[in-house]
Design a protein around this ligand. Sequence first.
Ligand code: SAM
Length: 288
Amino acid sequence: MPAVLDWSHNVYYQRLLLRHLPRPCRRVLDVGCGTGAFAARLAERVDQVDAVDRSERMIEQARRHTPHNVTCVLADVLVDPLPGKDYDAIVSITALHHLPLADALEVLAAALRPGGVLAAVVLPRVDLRREWPVEIIAMVGHRLLGVIFLANRLLRGTDPFAKERHVDTGMPVVMDPPLTTRQAARVAAGVLPGARVRRLLFWRYLLVWEKPILHDNNPAAAAPTSPTLDARSQVSASCLADVTARARTDRHARTSERGTHANGSPPWARPGGGRASVDPGGALGRPR
Ligand SMILES: C[S@@+](CC[C@H](N)C(=O)[O-])C[C@H]1O[C@@H](n2cnc3c(N)ncnc32)[C@H](O)[C@@H]1O
């Protein structure tokens, strides 16, 4: 395909992630921010963006391209401490397939406030056997949109999805992602019960999880902090023991290479962890 018809799927899906920001949303973490294009866009909507990348070259560029309310931090999210906690939202575009997914989800879930949202667009491994119809539509759609975007560029001088505007040739990329969308959905369901994963047309999948709010016995503490929180997320503390046990079982069942947590359950589901969360959806969507 001629390069002139090419366009950026990462930029294309920025708007999708913006639609998943919760309300209120003041502080957001962008994981694997690259040159900072999405962080800059987020900064127009929220008070503070922490943009993290483990590539020095990317962070240098992100610092140049982002406004004052974006803090660009050189860090590996699985190794270094995150710059903040209790984020209203954690977002990521085409970075989570660089990491062991289960480990990344655990770390990021722990950094969300109850009611906060994790929303990521991720590169899946091609699953031709199951997804060949989608692949064909994607190839045709990619070219069609390429023509429309080129026409816009020629006639109106605008092309918000132009690759060269956002992609640096030195950007770290992984061309051989480890998980298909179905596999990613299974991993996500094991770590974050209630997570939704779906294939997007243009060679990405979307993962969304809203961190549940734990009700304890004090009704005052049960008040939701997010107006968008739905009833499914409002659960009683009595479920916690069950969920913690299930999380522990899942954790042992997974073949994660990373070390286990002290009690075998994810940090956000630990009793006494301060922000324990539970799965109101029960075993639905769990790996069998
Ligand atoms: C394909 S780029 C995407 C960049 C940007 N999100 C975008 O939409 O253009 C993936 C980025 O994730 C970063 N990355 C990969 N693993 C990371 C980790 N463990 N911690 C922080 N950043 C990571 C890489 O350095 C790279 O800049």
